[in-house]
Design a protein around this ligand. Sequence first.
Ligand code: HEM
Length: 184
Amino acid sequence: MSVLYTYLEDLLKQPYALPTVIATVSIAAFITYFQGQKQQKQKTPESNRNDSDTKKGSSESSESAAPKPKAFALPSTPLPPPNWSRSWTSEELSQHDGEDDDKAIYVAIKGTVFDVTAKKAMYGPSGGYHCFAGRDASKALGKSSLKVEDCVADYSDLDEKERKTLDDWYAFFEKRYPIVGKTA
Ligand code: HEM
């Protein structure tokens, strides 16, 4: 302890030592203070949003207050049995691309038609996966492509890896969406 004291005493005897120490401590305090202010500002919009969410939830039904479903979550209720008796022509299927608000949204994979209306935000007109809606999008799903020209039923030119990707998507949809028929 006395070593430290002697060291500090010697240090302070140096010309400009005291002003240098004061300046350093002031700058450090200044930076710490402004960083604290910045973090506070970043926190505010988040807490405001949470507040408004809570308000919205309490003024609406208890269902709307439920937490947002996680990405890739399985449906909370069991799926209805597949309706294999219904056959959809491509013309009929195209009516279910989400452009008409009154109609369900369908995506077909390997000839199976899935009702994806529950994920309107994704498959509807402003959704990132709208290109798959109202058609059999097998090739695009196999190729991991969002190009409209790839959204076709013919997946014969997919390689082995792409076919596996397509089958994985089929399994994904099968677990999550009601099957409303087959493509004609
Ligand atoms: C940068 C590229 C991509 C990112 C960051 C991304 C991200 C995501 C995320 C976060 C989800 C889950 C969304 C949710 O459930 O709320 C999702 C789902 C999905 N993605 Fe992508 N994606 C990308 C590219 C692609 C591509 C190229 C395809 C083309 C096949 C694709 C097809 C899908 C499909 C079919 C789903 C399932 C949607 C559903 O729940 O029905 N994604 N993606």
